[in-house]
Design a protein around this ligand. Structure first.
Ligand code: T6T
Length: 325
């Protein structure tokens, strides 16, 4: 009897010892849902996420919609939730419209971390509001990014004249905050600059280009434009070129696709503000993994910027922040 009891006790303690080890050997699946799939920013984020996944032995699933739109993103999210990944990283395409779809993931016990964009106020885990359930927000400081853009544009135009913001659409946390930071900086420190009405292009570079030409036709004394994301900036720059105003109408671009190098070298774009999307993806996966293995994680992680212009774009320490295709 004693031997049986001793063997049983051994079996129990051995199981107790082995169980946590087995739990850590589980291969986690982490899903990354981008704002859209065909955007150098999210392609680069995916690379960073994959680097962390490889280092940690995690399966990374990248699934997104072809355009930046809650109407197409929500069905993709639903399909991802149905596959029950261990965690979801997502760039929500609208602050409000993604709250309920993401709550479904949270209610199903799938931890949610938002990358690049946020839902609600972006301040999570406070116990306040109804959109604070994501575990963490990992992104650039987009208000600061808008302020940097305003200072760069002010410098390029000699601190006076008419400018406007070429933006995507209201309701996107990142681009809303960039516009907010831009206008705040202009109002506080650049009294000689008039900021005209924002033009919304629905993430369509062709629309951004025709809007530039229309604004210029109404305001022949236009001296600058801030393109608040990749497609807004490329479109606005193309518009400046098509209007024959290269160098006269200054362009400050958010984001850094490889084509920005030519635009900077020809003088079409004065300054590009590169985000660090690979860093966002990397720390997204690391944070999810830390949570899944029982660690507590920071509720917010801020990533940096690299400011590119003609003087530094050839430097490999700068150009390494250009986005992947
Ligand atoms: O600027 C990035 C991203 O930060 C934003 O949320 C949406 O647009 C981009 O993906 C660039 O196209």
């Amino acid at each position: 009897k004693k031997i049986v009891a001793a063997l049983a006790a051994f079996a129990i303690s051995a199981t107790a010892l082995i169980a946590p080890a087995l739990a850590q050997d589980k291969k986690f699946t982490i899903a990354l849902v981008p704002g859209l799939t065909t955007d150098g920013f999210y392609i680069t984020m995916r690379k960073g996420a994959q680097a962390a996944a490889d280092a940690l032995g995690v399966d990374l699933v990248f699934q997104g919609a072809p355009d930046f739109n809650p109407v197409t993103q929500v069905p993709v999210l639903d399909a991802v939730i149905a596959k029950k990944p261990d965690a979801i990283l997502i760039a929500p395409t609208d602050k409000v419209q993604l709250v309920e779809p993401l709550r479904k993931a949270n209610d199903a016990g799938i931890p949610v971390i938002t990358v690049d964009t946020f839902i609600g106020s972006g301040v999570y885990q406070t116990g306040a509001g109804d959109a604070d359930f994501p575990l963490a927000y990992i992104a650039s400081d987009n208000v600061l990014g808008g302020e940097i853009a305003a200072r760069a544009l002010a410098k390029a135009i000699g601190d006076k004249g008419k400018v406007y913001v070429s933006n995507v659409k209201p309701g996107i946390s990142t681009t809303d905050q960039r516009e907010e930071g831009f206008k705040k900086e202009m109002a506080a420190n650049h009294p000689g600059i008039t900021v005209l009405e924002t033009q919304f292009n629905d993430n369509d570079a062709n629309k951004a280009a025709s809007q530039l030409q229309a604004v210029f036709a109404r305001n022949p004394d236009l001296v600058g434009v801030f393109g608040a994301n990749l497609f807004s900036a490329l479109g606005a720059a193309n518009g400046v070129q098509q209007a024959g105003q290269t160098g006269t109408v200054k362009v400050v671009a958010f984001d850094a696709p490889t084509s920005i190098v030519d635009n900077i070298n020809t003088g079409l774009v004065d300054v590009a503000i590169a985000q660090h999307p690979a860093e966002i993806g990397y720390f997204g996966v690391v944070s999810a993994y830390a949570h899944l293995t029982g660690q507590s994680i920071p509720v917010a992680i801020g990533t940096g910027f690299t400011i590119m212009d003609k003087a530094n774009i050839a430097d490999p320490n700068i150009s390494k922040y250009l986005y992947s295709e």
